[in-house]
Write a protein that binds this ligand. Structure first.
Ligand SMILES: [Zn+2]
Length: 87
């Protein structure tokens, strides 16, 4: 896999050429190739969009679990809070 890619052409049909001055260019459109980065903008947008959908779900699960554990506690929780300080 090449570290360079053309942003204008399909990633499947990319022909990379070395121009006379040594710059890597796309064989189809002739534009200079862009170096691939680990976190490209498309991946960042995807992560942001995914987290926007997942965040409410995770918060809902968190609050449901929180509510569930609170209901199991006795009503007079003040005595529970003071317990560790008795010693
Ligand atoms: Zn191209």
């Amino acid at each position: 896999m090449s570290r360079y890619y053309c942003p204008f052409c399909s990633s499947r049909y990319q022909i990379h050429k070395n121009r006379s001055d040594g710059v890597l260019v796309c064989g189809q459109c002739g534009d200079p190739l862009i170096k691939k980065t680990f976190l490209n903008s498309r991946r960042i947008i995807g992560v942001v969009a995914a987290s926007a959908f997942l965040a409410p779900l995770l918060m809902m699960i968190f609050f449901v679990i929180n509510n569930f554990t609170n209901e199991r506690l006795p009503k007079n929780s003040e005595s529970l809070v003071l317990l560790p300080y008795d010693k």
